[in-house]
Design a protein around this ligand. Structure first.
Ligand SMILES: Cc1cc2nc3c(=O)[nH]c(=O)nc-3n(C[C@H](O)[C@H](O)[C@H](O)COP(=O)(O)OP(=O)(O)OC[C@H]3O[C@@H](n4cnc5c(N)ncnc54)[C@H](O)[C@@H]3O)c2cc1C
Length: 417
C-alpha cells in the first residue's frame, strides 16, 4: 500500500544543515519531515573540525547542546591552529588571545569530532522533537512541481510526500540543487578532498590545535592533520578541482607520497596505524554568489555551495544557513507565500551573514598562490608578538581579518620589526 504524507515543510538530508533546519523549525512550533537516504549513525568524508560558528548556532538553538559537546567523550576541544608555510616554517595561532591564561573551565572555541558522532548527536536531538518526523533509509529521487508546492517520491518505494516547501540539505551531490536549483559544478569554485583516519600520530599540539600544511605541491590547497578523541587523527588534503584536472593530479598518490617523502611526516607517522582507507568527496565552494532559492524551495549548506574557499569549513555555514532557512520558512508559512520573490529574502539573509567572510577567504585562497608571501608572513609573525596576537584576534573579528587582503597590510609588515 502506498504511503502518502502531506506536510508543510520537507527537508531532504539530515546532515548538519538538515538537522539544524529541523531543530530551528521545531523551536517555533513548525512541523516538518526530514528524510535521509542513510541510517544514522553514518560516516561522512570530512576533516571533522567544528568551528566557532557551529558553537554559535547551537548556542542560539539551546546552550545545553553546547554543554553536550563540551562534556561528550566524542568531542575534542580545540584551541587553535598551526599554519605551516611552504618553506616548512610553522606558526601556532590560538583562536583566542587569552589562550595562555585559560583556566580549564571555559568552553573551547572549537571542537573536533568524527562526523559519525557529530551528525548522530544532531540527529538524536532531532528525534527528541515531536514536531519532526525523521525518515531514514529513504532516498528522494523524484521532484514534481504541483500547484501547492512539490510532490516528492522516494527510490524503490511507494512513498509520496506533498509539501508546500522543500528545503534541500542533501549535500555536495544534491540532486535537487542541480535539477531544480540549476546549480552546476564549476571546477574553479569546487575542491576535491581526501580523508583517512590514523591512530598514534606523534607530535600533536597540547591544545589540540588543528594543523594546516600549505605544501608547495598542493597550493592553493593544503594538507591537514587534525587530532581526534582517543589518540586518533584525521589526515587529509584538499585541492581546487581545476588544478587537479589541469595538472592531472592523482590525489591519493599525492597523499601517500607526502607522508613518505617529507622527513617531518615520516618521523611523526613512523609508529602510526592507518585505520581506514583513503576516501574522497567534493567540496562546493562559496567563492561565487548563486541563487539559492526559488518557487517553493530553499537550498542549505553544501547543496547551496557555501563551503569556505580558504579553510574548507562547511559545517558552520550549513548550520547557519539551516537556521536562516527555518526563519524564512516561518515567514512563508505565516504569509502563505512561497513565491521565488518572497523566498529571495533567504538569499539576502545568507549572503548578508556569510558573504563578507566568503569573499575574503576567496582572496586569501588566491594569495596563498604566492608561496613567498606566505613564508614572509609566517616568518614575521614568529618574530613579532603583536602581529601574532593580531592574527589570533582575526579569528573572532572579520573586519580585522579583512586587513589581510589589503596590500597596505603587507607593506606595513615589510617595515615592522
Ligand atoms: C574531505 C573534506 C574535508 C572537510 N573538512 C571539513 C572540516 O574540517 N570542517 C568543516 O566545517 N567542514 C569540512 N568539510 C565540509 C563539510 O563536510 C560539509 O560542508 C558539510 O558536511 C555540509 O553539511 P550538509 O548538511 O550541507 O551536507 P552533508 O553533511 O553532506 O549531509 C547531506 C545529507 O543528505 C543525505 N542525502 C543526500 N542525497 C539524498 C537524497 N537524495 N535523499 C535523501 N537524503 C539524501 C545524505 O545521506 C547526508 O546525510 C569537508 C569536506 C570534505 C569533502
Amino acid at each position: 500500500m502506498s504511503q502518502h504524507i502531506r506536510i508543510p515543510v520537507c527537508i531532504i538530508g539530515a546532515g548538519p544543515g538538515g538537522a539544524a533546519t529541523a531543530l530551528f523549525l521545531a523551536k517555533v512550533g513548525i512541523e516538518s519531515i526530514i528524510v535521509d537516504k542513510a541510517s544514522f549513525p553514518r560516516d561522512k568524508i570530512c576533516g571533522d573540525a567544528l568551528s566557532g560558528k557551529v558553537v554559535e548556532v547551537l548556542n542560539r538553538y539551546d546552550p545545553k547542546l553546547v554543554e553536550g559537546l563540551d562534556s561528550g567523550k566524542a568531542f575534542l576541544p580545540s584551541w587553535g591552529v598551526v599554519f605551516v608555510a611552504p618553506n616548512q616554517e610553522s606558526l601556532s595561532v590560538p583562536f583566542r588571545k587569552d589562550y595562555a591564561s585559560r583556566n580549564g573551565k571555559e568552553t573551547a572555541p572549537g571542537f573536533i569530532a568524527r562526523r559519525m558522532d557529530f551528525d548522530y548527536f544532531m540527529v538524536e536531538e532531532v528525534k527528541k522533537r515531536k514536531e519532526v518526523k525523521l525518515l531514514e533509509n529513504t532516498a528522494i529521487t523524484g521532484f514534481e512541481k504541483t500547484p501547492e508546492g512539490y510532490r516528492l517520491r522516494a527510490a524503490g518505494s511507494d512513498l509520496i510526500i506533498d509539501t508546500q516547501l522543500v528545503i534541500a540539505c542533501d549535500g555536495a551531490h544534491s540532486r535537487f540543487a542541480k535539477e531544480e536549483g540549476g546549480i552546476q559544478v564549476e571546477k574553479d569554485h569546487y575542491c576535491a578532498g581526501l580523508r583517512v583516519y590514523y591512530e598514534n600520530v606523534k607530535g600533536m599540539h597540547e591544545g589540540n590545535f588543528i594543523e594546516l600544511h600549505f605544501l608547495k605541491e598542493l597550493l592553493p590547497g593544503y594538507f591537514w592533520i587534525f587530532p581526534l578523541p582517543n589518540g586518533g587523527a584525521n589526515v587529509g588534503l584538499g585541492m581546487r578541482s581545476d588544478y587537479v584536472s589541469k595538472h592531472k593530479i592523482n590525489l591519493k598518490e599525492q597523499l601517500t607520497t607526502i607522508l613518505e617523502e617529507y622527513p617531518a611526516f615520516r618521523e611523526r607517522f613512523k609508529d602510526a596505524r592507518q585505520v581506514d582507507e583513503i576516501r574522497g568527496y567534493g567540496l562546493p565552494l562559496g567563492s561565487k554568489k548563486r541563487p539559492i532559492s526559488g518557487d517553493h524551495f530553499m537550498l542549505v549548506g553544501d547543496a547551496a555551495s557555501l563551503i569556505d574557499p580558504f579553510t574548507g569549513e562547511g559545517i558552520g555555514n550549513a548550520v547557519m544557513s539551516g537556521m536562516l532557512a527555518a526563519q524564512q520558512a516561518a515567514v512563508c508559512l505565516q504569509q502563505n507565500d512561497f513565491t521565488a520573490t518572497t523566498m529571495q529574502a533567504y538569499d539576502t539573509a545568507v549572503y548578508r551573514r556569510l558573504w563578507p567572510e566568503l569573499r575574503l577567504s576567496y582572496r586569501m585562497q588566491q594569495l596563498v598562490n604566492y608561496p613567498w608571501l606566505f613564508n614572509f608572513v609566517v616568518r614575521k609573525a614568529n618574530r613579532n608578538k603583536v602581529l601574532r596576537e593580531t592574527i589570533s584576534v582575526m579569528f573572532e573579528d572579520i573586519d580585522l581579518r579583512d586587513r589581510l587582503r589589503k596590500p597596505s597590510f603587507y607593506f606595513k609588515l615589510l617595515f615592522s620589526n
